[in-house]
Design a protein around this ligand. Sequence first.
Ligand SMILES: Nc1ncnc2c1ncn2[C@@H]1O[C@H](COP(=O)(O)OP(=O)(O)OP(=O)(O)O)[C@@H](O)[C@H]1O
Ligand SMILES: [Mg+2]
Length: 320
Amino acid sequence: MSDPSTNPIYRRLHRIPHILLVLSGKGGVGKSSVSVQLALSLHALPSRPRIALLDIDLTGPSIPRMLHLPPGTGVHQSSEGWVPAYADGEEKRMACMSTGLLLKRREESVVWRGPKKNAMIRQFLSEVRWGDVDWLVIDTPPGTSDEHLSLLEHLSPVAPSLSSVLVTTPQALSLVDCLKSLSFTRLVSLPLLGIIENLSGYVCPCCGEVSNVFSTGGGEDMARREGVRFLGRLPVDTKLVELLDGQVPEDTPREGWALLEAYKRTTTHALFQGIVQKVVEGAEALQRGEAAPGFREEDGRQLAEAVAALAANAQHEEEA
Ligand SMILES: Nc1ncnc2c1ncn2[C@@H]1O[C@H](COP(=O)(O)OP(=O)(O)OP(=O)(O)O)[C@@H](O)[C@H]1O
Ligand SMILES: [Mg+2]
């Protein structure tokens, strides 16, 4: 095997203890909002970890807006690589990189084919100067696309730090797609820390009470059936949407990071505490060498080998 220290992605990322991919089978189920909530909740931990949030939804980036980075925020090149944007001001514990930060105007469209996407993902992984971060959270596009294969191919030199969470909604269609993503994590030997059921129930905007007006529990049932950890359920929360759309309520305390302070006042924040605690526990257990629940290391293959086999198979099917 070649010396990993010659690999630019290994050199850039090998000191990051936890690299967490946020996946979903279907679009619009809340991956980006869950990625941002994970980043905010980790940032708020008493141990004050440093977080990097990488948006590899290249053609539909939503993280800069959800993190309240002002329009026009860019990233700049330094002699040591791209300097990410920081969302938490002077604290600089919340770094972000996204194609949204490379565009002149946020509403510009990005139309790229496979090779360009692959090159961009490689650049994001090898050229961003994250510094000494504790968590790299990666928001991905829906499904199991080219981007996922590229991402995992490039990340294989740092495979021991990788894990994932899956976001679904309780509806049957989303659950079917969620099962496909679950089988993808198994195919490529990517440890799955668990499943989050989003848009499950409803928070009353007046009293904050959570009621179950729609079906709930499908994600939890699936987790049980598949032997995967269920991380928690998040209701439809209109206050959360307003916040992620960029509006900080007037009565938010002015000291500290306004987005985080306002997030802490949502009903969803309280519910997310249980989720982030399980994510941290799961990632730390992995680091100690314990397997994630429900993880079937398909015939003991390594990530690089499994991804290469899957990519070759996809190529073969395309040609047939
Ligand atoms: N728990 C929630 N309560 C209310 N609205 C939510 C919740 N989670 C997500 N949303 C809203 O649903 C919309 C889709 O969410 P989000 O962008 O996070 O999904 P996604 O899976 O990343 O979508 P895409 O597949 O397009 O990337 C957003 O407007 C978001 O604010
Ligand atoms: Mg998204």
